[in-house]
Write a protein that binds this ligand. Structure first.
Ligand SMILES: [Fe+2]
Ligand SMILES: [Fe+2]
Length: 185
């Protein structure tokens, strides 16, 4: 008899493969929005979004490696096309936020599924993504905050110029609340 070396329940294996494709899709969305931003003249925003596309690619790779290390079968699937170009910077940042929330919901579903299946290894693995999604939602909210201060939909060219320059060097990660101290709020 050949023993079963796949440590992933079938439901979890399928959900992880779907999450892998979702992270790849997120990467394509950031590539697409970044290209749009650059075409509109916002090289700094494009740089920020392109860097983030690479982060999403890293997330995809983490899920892929996890499936393999648990003896599961990786299914590299077709990546859905990104949505239409944003209509402006406000629309772009709102959509970035909405995509992140959508991904958070997928992560939460996997946490719930791993709990229901009592697959504690996957439950533990997914905690990294729970924290990462909290940070990414913060990052997207920061974009909306910056644009709001710049004037939102009515932002002047001058303030958009400053915002664009700011984002070209903006850090890739937001600080998680649990990593804050009184000295470093
Ligand atoms: Fe991600
Ligand atoms: Fe993300």
């Amino acid at each position: 008899m050949k023993i079963n070396t796949n440590r992933l329940p079938k439901t979890i294996e399928a959900a992880l493969n779907a999450q892998m494709t979702k992270e790849a899709h997120a990467s394509q969305i950031y590539l697409s929005y970044g290209s749009w931003a650059d075409s509109e003249g916002f090289g700094g925003v494009a740089n920020f979004l392109f860097r983030h596309a690479q982060e999403e690619r890293n997330h995809m790779m983490k899920v892929l490696e996890y499936i393999l290390k648990r003896g599961g079968k990786v299914e590299v699937d077709a990546i859905p096309a990104p949505p239409a170009d944003p209509t402006g910077m406000q629309d772009c940042f709102e959509k970035v936020f909405a995509h992140e929330v959508d991904n958070t919901n997928a992560v939460y579903s996997l946490v719930k599924l791993s709990f229901d299946e009592q697959d504690w290894a996957t439950w533990n693995f997914m905690q990294w993504f729970v924290k990462e999604q909290t940070e990414e939602e913060t990052l997207a909210l920061d974009l909306l905050d910056k644009l709001k201060i710049a004037g939102g939909d009515k932002a002047s060219s001058e303030s958009l110029y400053d915002l664009d320059r700011d984002l070209s060097t903006a850090p890739d990660d937001a600080t998680a609340a649990q990593d804050v101290t009184a000295d470093k709020p």
